[in-house]
Design a protein around this ligand. Sequence first.
Ligand code: SF4
Ligand code: SF4
Ligand code: FES
Length: 252
Amino acid sequence: MAYKAKFKVWRGDAESGELHDFLVEVNEGEVVLDIIHRLQATQAPDLAVRWNCKAGKCGSCSAEVNGRPRLLCMTRMSTFTEDETVTVTPMRTFPVIRDLVTDVSFNYTKAREIPSFTPPADLAPGDYRMQQVDVERSQEFRKCIECFLCQNTCHVVRDHEDNKESFSGPRFLMRVAELEMHPLDTADRVPAAQEANGLGLCNITKCCTEVCPEHIKITDNALIPMKERVADRKYDPIVWLGNKLFRRTTKN
Ligand code: SF4
Ligand code: SF4
Ligand code: FES
């Protein structure tokens, strides 16, 4: 059944902005992105929003709904009561370009800082068969749609702009973990994870995991295992020596 919903939508640019009030029609089965599109069609034709797939797969429509990091296309209007005011704001951690669109280039910078997959130089195609357990482990991480909601949520950068230089954020620490756990990757990623990527700043609050629309267990399956590897390397001389001598055969 259609009804009129109260919406507050942040409008502005890098200089300034404020919440604008709207009363807008909502129909059964709609998501927040439908309502933003209706606002564009009827009341605010120049309202800026980034989106592509409307299916939770492109990672473009990330924003905050009632203060919670969400994909606008996957947030059903039925999760709100009809008399509730729905507030839509841009992701807080990244600079605003206009309205709901933020500049997420911080993430691309961090992605470029991670050395790419480095298989043994002498390995010919077909020489190696991956164990199923290794395939499944990296498949979980590769479900990432790069929505950057985890990056937006992590308090290390959300509340501390000056940490952006030294912290890659959960999405890219997860990428480091994926490569570190790959049986054919020969790069030693443990020291860089702790130092260049700022793993030590993560205090495993799991906020990143809670907002991930792909339900990737970022903290449990990527960040904590990486922290364990850092600790092993630092405090266990036998593990350290073993890693040095048998690195590719013991990597797991
Ligand atoms: S678990 Fe670590 S990376 Fe994830 S939100 Fe918390 S501090 Fe950030
Ligand atoms: S890990 Fe999850 S929350 Fe983070 S960018 Fe990927 S899909 Fe988005
Ligand atoms: S529009 Fe693609 S994830 Fe929302």
